[in-house]
Design a protein around this ligand. Structure first.
Ligand code: SF4
Length: 426
């Protein structure tokens, strides 16, 4: 017979091949050890096949979900908006109101790549990363304000180029709001240079303005100065989405900027707005000569509000001739980026609005602000009384960045927000 392994001719009764030593019968050939190795091999192959099948099933399921999502109408897609679906829902963080100054400092002063990465991670967990809300801000009553806010060209105390005007009429307001909507704004903000809101025909007209804006299916925001509870309730009844009242800066630095009303006055107005059920827009200004600790404390103050302001406008000072801050050295735009990123981390659900001062930023600096978590800008070539990039420029910028204006008002998605840029209003 021949050896079953090497084919050598061997004697018929031989038990093994004299050349290669292979057993001539099955029983002897299948050594126990060999059987064990084959079993292990088979088990490994089975495990690999099973793993491949699981991966294939997961891939098919995922592709199907993505395809369904892509063909779904825009308005029915999951929205990466506060409280709703997001790009990284598993990374959502719990909102906190007890950030210490030390914690805020360590966030703010991290290396810029680390800071922006962290802010972007938080941002994606709560918002769409490729959308910003477009807002339009109209000065409905300009100049002649008795307050002494050092940054504001509308203060009657400073000699600036701002011309005082009375409250605009309803027709003018309607025309401006309609135009804003056509340009892609989903929020229309109205700013009046008042210390506090005067009861009477002017306030009644403001209430009508709110109704007009809401009737155009836009969010309505006002910044009118200090409010009493009755006025806050009346604005809420008229349908006001948000009320802007900025803290501007930290409590410690506040006295360098404003002396005609206190920090507590501001907090009280914010509390009345909250009680009325109107969402809060509250932020600050950087570049007024403050140092970093002032910014930590401003951000700490904002994030201590419970709930957080739904809208947090971060303004870069526009230095206007005639105001006391006209000659302060310009702030480093990267400090604005750090401020925005820290605000995003501290207040993950809020809309962080890149507000006044954009004209002094390059497109690249603005892109960094979006990366840091800013998700709103003001459209139009004016913010109250100061210049702004203009809608055409913003369209080009968003296009270059592969971003877009959101199509739905933020308030339809759990809450709204507002703004007060342009070194003025409230
Ligand atoms: S910021 Fe508002 S309150 Fe202050 S001066 Fe200007 S308009 Fe008046």
């Amino acid at each position: 017979m021949k050896c079953r392994k090497c084919g050598t001719d061997i004697a018929d009764k031989a038990l093994i091949c004299y050349r290669c030593g292979t057993a001539t019968t099955d029983a002897k050939f299948k050594a126990p050890a060999a059987t064990g190795r084959r079993g292990v091999r088979l088990a490994v192959i089975a495990a690999i096949v099973l793993a491949l099948l699981v991966l294939l099933a997961f891939f098919l399921l995922h592709s199907r979900v993505m395809a369904t999502d892509a063909t779904r109408p825009e308005e029915s897609r999951p929205r990466a908006i506060p409280g709703a679906g997001a790009e990284s829902p598993g990374l959502r963080v719990k909102t906190r109101h007890d950030w210490s100054v030390g914690e805020i400092e360590s966030i703010y002063t991290a290396s810029l790549p680390d800071l922006v990465f962290r802010a972007q991670t938080v941002h994606r967990a709560h918002h769409r990363a490729d959308e910003v809300q477009g807002c339009m801000l109209l000065s409905i009553k300009t100049g002649g304000c008795p307050e002494d806010c050092a940054y504001c060209p509308q203060s009657a105390r400073y000699k600036t180029s701002v011309t005082r005007t009375d409250l605009v009429g309803l027709d003018e307001l309607t025309e401006a709001a309609t135009r804003a909507r056509a340009q892609g704004a989903t929020r229309f903000c109205m700013g009046a240079a008042w210390r506090d809101v005067p009861d009477g025909p002017d306030f009644d007209r403001v209430l009508d303005m709110v109704r007009v804006v809401r009737g155009l299916d836009m969010e309505a925001c006002c910044t009118l100065g200090m409010l009493n509870q009755k006025q806050a309730d009346a604005l809420a009844a008229a349908g006001l989405t948000a009320y802007n009242h900025n803290l501007d800066t930290s409590p410690e630095f506040y006295g360098h900027i404003i002396t005609t009303r206190t920090y507590d006055d501001r907090l009280e107005t914010l509390a009345r707005v909250r009680r009325a059920g109107v969402t809060v827009c509250c932020g600050g200004i950087i570049g007024m000569g403050e140092d970093r600790p002032v910014r930590y404390r401003l951000l700490g103050q904002l994030s201590s509000l419970d709930p957080h302001p739904e809208s947090v406008p971060i303004n870069l000072l526009v230095r206007v001739a005639g105001t006391p801050l006209a000659d302060v050295p310009p702030a480093d735009p990267l400090e604005l980026v750090r401020t925005i990123a820290t605000a995003r981390i501290l207040m993950p659900i809020s809309f962080v609005r890149l507000s006044a001062g954009r004209l002094s930023l390059t497109d690249e600096a603005q892109a960094l602000c979006f990366l840091a978590g800013a998700n709103s800008v003001f459209l139009g070539d004016r913010l109250l009384t100061t210049p702004n990039p203009g809608t055409a420029h913003d369209e080009r910028l968003l296009d270059r960045l592969g971003m877009r204006l959101s199509v739905s008002p933020a308030a339809d998605l759990t809450f709204g927000s507002s703004d007060n840029p342009a070194n003025a209003g409230g």
